[in-house]
Design a protein around this ligand. Structure first.
Ligand SMILES: NC(=O)c1ccc[n+]([C@@H]2O[C@H](COP(=O)([O-])OP(=O)(O)OC[C@H]3O[C@@H](n4cnc5c(N)ncnc54)[C@H](OP(=O)(O)O)[C@@H]3O)[C@@H](O)[C@H]2O)c1
Ligand SMILES: [Zn+2]
Ligand SMILES: [Zn+2]
Length: 333
């Protein structure tokens, strides 16, 4: 039996829950969970905001742990290794996307917390092809958030070949956004942080931003007209997207990683005349996660965390819901 914390209904509190994991399959590993980050997507899943939740739901997809058991066909991982597990707990390894290294775009990928038990538990299982070894020297208690928040904001820099000469902006300085500011600063870019919080403006500068603007103030946003080569939105709410498109330079891109639910209502002419684009992406592949870990280590990039005990999991969730998390909640046993 694996001891875990589960939600049983939308908006419900988590409570202790045990499940029978059965025999470990040949390609899986079992991980003893040391730390697990709390992502806003865990809350969206608890609340069934995306219509994909199966209850009981065991959230948790920013796991740091030690390999406790290895399936009979696993050759690349060993018992005792310290690893991370993110949004995906397995890939088919047979489709064109997997063959191209774009595992995060595999249409048969197994999400860690959809139809699968996640990391708010003593143990979690995953296919070996989704687990990434954490290099020595990376601080373990803060490493979990790199496996979802971190890779989600790092991957677009690789996908779209962001240049050090680019002027970039990050909208929303939360779990994802505070890491985006750090990565983009180390990437060499001029970074503007859009935040709705006055308090976070100074903190964003301390994290490596060169400028800050209020993400909800029309005049401040308009003052950046034509400025950015790349904007990364990490918010889960609707903002004035046409106004943000007007802050893009010609050929600029507004890229969504925040799961805003309301459809976009965008004027075509500013995109057409300036050849601007709007796009989105999910997390990143295991190979890009490994690259990100090396980059984070080289540049001393670390999630800023607040630790809670698993026993206080509901307090931790309320804290993130209140918008006061600074900047990522991490659970430990
Ligand atoms: N694409 C992917 O693969 C992927 C992966 C992970 C997460 N996500 C999604 O990314 C989003 C962010 O996740 P997270 O864990 O970073 O969440 P988070 O820590 O709660 O941060 C979200 C930030 O959005 C801003 N925000 C929230 N409400 C706002 C409002 N009413 N007006 C303006 N700004 C507001 C806040 O930034 P300020 O305080 O600075 O304004 C907040 O810190 C979620 O939708 C999550 O589901 C997507
Ligand atoms: Zn996540
Ligand atoms: Zn595949």
């Amino acid at each position: 039996m694996i001891k875990a914390y589960a939600a049983f209904e939308p908006h419900g509190e988590l409570s202790a829950y045990q499940y029978e994991a059965g025999e470990l399959s040949a390609h899986e590993v079992e991980i003893d969970v040391l730390f697990s980050g709390l992502c806003h997507s865990d809350i969206s899943m608890i609340d069934n905001e995306w219509g994909a939740t199966e209850y009981p739901l065991i959230p948790g997809h920013e796991v740091v742990g030690k390999i406790a058991k290895v399936g009979s066909a696993v050759t690349q991982l060993n018992k005792g290794q310290v690893v991370g597990l993110g949004w995906h707990a397995g890939f088919c390894d047979e489709c064109t996307m997997c063959h191209s290294g774009d595992h995060n775009l595999c249409t048969s990928a197994q999400p860690t917390i959809i139809g699968h038990h996640g990391g708010f538990a003593e143990k979690v299982r995953a296919a070996a092809n989704s687990v990434v070894v954490i290099p020595e020297g990376i601080e373990l208690e803060s490493a979990g958030p790199l496996f979802c928040a971190g890779i989600t904001v790092f991957n677009p820099l690789v996908q779209f070949a962001i240049k050090p000469t680019d002027k970039v902006a990050v909208i929303g300085i939360g779990g994802l956004g505070h890491l985006a500011v750090q990565f983009l600063n180390a990437w060499g870019c001029h970074v503007t942080a859009f935040t709705s919080s006055d308090q976070k403006r100074q903190e964003a500068l301390d994290l490596g931003a060169d400028a800050t603007l209020n993400s909800r103030d029309e005049a401040e946003i308009a003052s950046a007209a034509g400025r950015f080569d790349f904007i990364l939105s990490t918010v889960n709410v609707k903002l004035d997207w046409n106004l943000y498109v007007s802050t893009l330079a010609p050929k600029g891109r507004l890229h969504f990683v925040g799961a805003t639910l309301e459809p976009l209502d965008l004027a075509v002419f500013p995109m057409m005349l300036g050849q601007r684009s709007v796009s989105g992406s999910p997390v990143g592949s295991p190979a890009t996660i490994a690259k990100m870990l090396q980059f984070a280590q080289l540049h001393n990039i670390k999630p800023v965390i607040e630790k809670y005990k698993f026993a206080d999991i509901n307090k931790a969730i309320s804290h993130l819901r209140s918008g006061k998390a600074h900047y990522r909640v991490v659970l430990e046993h």
